[in-house]
Each structure stands twice: as structure tokens, then as C-alpha cells.
Write a protein that binds this ligand. Structure first.
Ligand code: KG4
Ligand code: ZN
Length: 334
């Protein structure tokens, strides 16, 4: 029996999960609401919250899965990318526990883990497949060749799309993180009510800083005429912003599918929880005859299930780390 404990602490979610023989048994997430009042994640506060949450959450998943520490085969943890102080809590805990049990440590790349979340539930994609990875820190189109080998076909040159959602939400006066609130407000509203300038850059890369400026200038102009403009048009504004961002994402995804001659598409990362993006992906998949893979909501945003699953896949390949691995806030992809 292979039993992996997965630990995630790269940003503002402390999470632990148990994977037994490739099956995720549980996925416990302690979210940190404390950052809301600051309009963004405060690194020092994130570290303190991780420190508070890590022991109880690990105890909880072990008890729930009826696993004793001595039953563990290995411990997988997020090595990076992420906030240094946050990564330090998860990695130090994982190292101490693995050292005391004398079992292997498996360092995991957070963004690759978002992709490998597709192996948690059926149906699973087969290699190679294309994955659109969209989170608060990253926007990438990947060609996934194996659990470890992933080529970046295109990526953002400035803001991540999650950041674009959050910054647009802030302009609408919504609290952090605003992405899910834009999604809620946009439900069954008119997505073509307003239009924003979408910047286009060559190849399969993205740029989301221009659309943020376009939204800002548009709102400033309208508020000059009517100071209640945002309040009166909040839903249509959210729907229009969401559609613009989805169109930018889909434009490059379609090109990537043709370029690579691949018909399996997956979406991963926090923004893949967006209902507009999920619906649009389904429509395009029908049109182009793609096989579409979308993870369950709990495995879209940051979670340890994806870390435990990555740990399992790496364990199978005997791909271990050791106590000298330091956290890598800007962990390289290759
Ligand atoms: O992957 P994730 O949980 O954390 C990072 O690794 O960044 O992604 C968080 C991002 C945030 O920008 C959040 O606003 C966005 O994902 N997000 C959404 C939705 N749910 C989360 N954006 C749009 N619609 C959603 N439903
Ligand atoms: Zn993430």
C-alpha cells in the first residue's frame, strides 16, 4: 500500500490530503479570511495562519483516513512557486515529519500540481494533452507530455488572468479576491453590454495589463457623467469583463490546439472554477470535437489533493527530494 500525505501552503490556503494507492481519500482546506480586509494577501499574516493551521489540519486528515504516521510511505509538499514565508511553514513541517519517520520527501511544483489534479478523478486525460493553467499568479498554455515533462507553449507577459479578474473586481468596488464575485454577478447578465480594448500579442502569449487600463478609463469616463454608474450596471459590467477575459483566453487556446494537432484540452488553476469559462470551454469542445477535462471545484483552487496526487505520481517514478531542498518562491518550471 502506498500512502502519501500531501501538504500545500504556497499562498493563503493551508491544506492537507491523504492519497492511498492513487486515490485521494480527503482534501482538507483551511482558508484565510483575514486577508479580505487588506484587499490582498499579506505575506506575514499568511505565514502566521499557516503556522496555526498546519498541525491540526494534518492530524485531521490522518485521523479521517484512519492512517497512523507510521503508515505513511512519503510526504509531498509544495516547494514553490509561492510566498517564501508561507512555503517555509509547509516545507519545514514536511521535512521534520519525514525526518522523524525516516521516509522520503517529495517536493512538488505548485503549477504542475494544478495540472496533475486531472488525475484525481475519472475521466483522466492521456498524454499528450493541452492544459490552460489559469490562476492568481500564472496564465499558461502547456503541452503536457508526462507527469514531469510539460512544455510552456505560451504564457502571460504581465498580469495573470486571475489578477486581471481581481483587479477589475477592485475597480467595481468588490472585496478581495474578486474573481469569484465577478462570476456570481455575471450570471445570466448581458456580456455584450460594454466593450473593452483587448490587447493582442504575438504567438500564444498573453497580456492582461491593457484590458485593466481600458476598464479603468471606461469607468472613470462613465462615473464623470453618472456617479452611480457602477452601482446601476454592476451585473452587466461583471458579465462584460468576464466575457472579454474568456475571449482572450480562448483565442490562444484554439490556436494552440491547431498548432499541436492535439484534441484533448484541460483547464486548471483557480480561474478554472469560473462558470463562464467552463461553459465556453464546453461549447468550443463541441464545435471542435475536443475531449474536455475540467476538475471538480475543490481541485481547481489551491488544495493539497493535487499535491498528494503529484506526490503519488512522482513516488511511482522514485523521484524524491531531500532535507537540503529549500523552498523556491520563483521555482522554475523546467
Ligand atoms: O490557483 P489559485 O487558487 O491560487 C493561485 O495559485 O493563484 O487561484 C486564485 C485565483 C484568484 O485570482 C481568484 O480570484 C481566481 O483564482 N478565481 C476565480 C474564480 N475562482 C477563483 N476567478 C474567476 N471566477 C471564479 N469563479
Ligand atoms: Zn494555485
Amino acid at each position: 500500500m502506498t500512502v502519501i500525505l500531501g501538504i500545500e501552503s504556497s499562498c493563503d490556503e493551508t491544506s492537507a490530503s491523504i492519497c492511498i494507492d492513487g486515490k485521494i481519500i480527503n482534501n482538507e482546506i483551511a482558508s484565510q479570511d483575514i486577508h479580505r480586509e487588506y484587499g490582498g494577501v499579506v505575506p506575514e499574516l499568511a505565514s502566521r495562519e499557516h503556522q496555526k493551521n498546519i498541525v491540526p489540519i494534518v492530524e485531521h486528515v490522518l485521523n479521517h483516513a484512519q492512517i497512523k504516521p507510521s503508515d505513511l510511505s512519503a510526504i509531498a509538499y509544495t516547494r514553490g512557486p509561492g510566498l517564501l514565508g508561507a512555503l517555509l511553514i509547509g516545507s519545514s513541517f514536511a521535512k521534520a515529519m519525514a525526518a522523524s519517520l525516516n521516509i522520503p520527501l517529495i517536493p512538488v511544483h505548485h503549477m504542475k500540481a494544478h495540472v496533475l489534479a486531472h488525475f484525481i478523478e475519472e475521466p483522466r486525460p492521456s498524454y499528450p494533452f493541452i492544459c490552460l493553467t489559469v490562476s492568481g499568479g500564472h496564465t499558461q498554455i502547456l503541452r503536457v507530455n508526462s507527469a514531469t515533462e510539460m512544455d510552456i507553449l505560451g504564457q502571460t507577459k504581465d498580469d495573470a488572468v486571475g489578477e486581471a479578474f481581481d483587479k477589475a473586481a477592485k475597480l467595481l468596488g468588490l472585496p478581495y479576491p474578486g474573481g469569484p464575485m465577478i462570476d456570481d454577478l455575471a450570471m445570466s447578465r448581458n456580456p455584450t453590454a460594454f466593450e473593452f480594448t483587448k490587447s493582442d500579442i504575438p504567438e500564444l502569449d498573453y497580456s492582461f495589463s491593457g484590458i485593466k487600463t481600458s476598464i479603468l478609463y471606461f469607468l472613470r469616463k462613465e462615473i464623470n457623467h453618472n456617479e452611480k454608474f457602477i452601482e446601476e450596471n454592476k451585473h452587466d459590467l461583471a458579465a462584460s469583463i468576464q466575457l472579454s477575459l474568456i475571449e482572450m483566453l480562448m483565442d490562444k487556446v484554439k490556436k494552440a490546439m491547431v498548432q499541436e494537432g492535439i484534441s484533448q484540452i484541460a483547464i486548471a488553476g483557480g480561474v478554472s472554477a469560473n462558470s463562464g469559462l467552463r461553459a465556453r470551454m464546453e461549447e468550443e469542445s463541441k464545435i471542435h470535437d475536443w475531449d474536455l477535462f475540467i476538475p471538480d471545484f475543490q481541485y481547481c483552487t489551491d488544495n493539497a489533493g493535487m499535491i498528494a496526487m503529484s506526490g503519488y505520481l512522482l513516488f511511482e517514478q522514485n523521484s524524491y527530494g531531500d532535507l537540503s531542498d529549500s523552498p523556491l518562491p520563483r521555482m522554475p518550471f523546467a
